[in-house]
Design a protein around this ligand. Structure first.
Ligand SMILES: [Cu+2]
Length: 221
């Protein structure tokens, strides 16, 4: 019984693969921490090895909510040039800002959705904060390449529809210890194929600001 249900599952997986449109290569990424535990909220970026990042139109808009006095999602990867709205779903006001070199901005204290989005026009990591709630920390990862994905709770992410060719692939996480460039691997992707890459990232300790703030206490992810 168990064998047959497992055979059924394999058959379904195969059907799923056959049904998927054959448009390019897939890169399956797996990310763990230094102890081998699956790592969520890691961003995996593939950059074509030759010719730099391809020109791609950014999404029309993306959203980072504020819900329950937290940024949702906590980590948001976007393509450079993408406008992001910061709707406030709480019934108190927030004042979202960033001091990151990739994008310095501050939204005046607001409720609801600010009329204008923030356009992230430079690649890099943008750390979000709120002037009212010290524990609110979020991250916008501005990618120079359109080929990126974020890991789920299982530490896995799939980059799809990659044109065949060579890629430099790197992984980032808010608690990454050391430079992101040190995570770089290379991959040679054929048409319609599926490749796998994995990372074991060394992380900094998880230090967060308490929800009941203590004066003078600040922290990160
Ligand atoms: Cu706030």
């Amino acid at each position: 019984m168990r064998a047959s249900s497992s055979a059924t599952r394999v058959a379904l997986v195969c059907l799923g693969l056959l049904a998927a449109p054959a448009r390019g290569a897939q890169l399956a990424a797996g990310v763990t921490d230094q102890d081998g535990n699956p790592l969520a909220d890691a961003v995996v970026v593939a950059v074509p090895a030759e010719g730099g990042a391809p020109h791609a139109a950014p999404s029309a808009r993306e959203i980072v909510d504020q819900i329950g006095e937290e940024f949702v999602p906590r980590v948001k990867p976007i393509l450079v040039g993408t406008p992001v709205f910061f709707p406030n779903k709480d019934n108190i006001r927030h004042q979202v800002y960033s001091f990151s070199p990739a994008k310095r901005f501050e939204l005046p204290l607001y409720a609801g959705t600010p009329a204008k989005p923030v356009v992230f026009d430079k690649p890099g990591v943008v750390v979000l904060g709120c002037n009212i709630h010290d524990w609110m920390i979020g991250y916008i990862y501005v990618s120079e390449s359109p080929y990126f994905a974020k890991t789920g709770a299982d530490g896995k992410a799939v980059l799809a529809d990659l044109p065949p060719g060579g890629y430099r692939v790197r992984a980032w996480h808010p608690r990454l210890q050391g430079p992101e460039s040190a995570t770089q691997q290379t991959a040679e992707l054929g048409g319609n194929g599926r490749s796998e890459l994995s990372w074991k990232l060394v992380l900094k300790p998880d230090i967060r600001v308490r929800r009941a703030p203590v004066p003078g206490m600040r922290g990160h992810y």
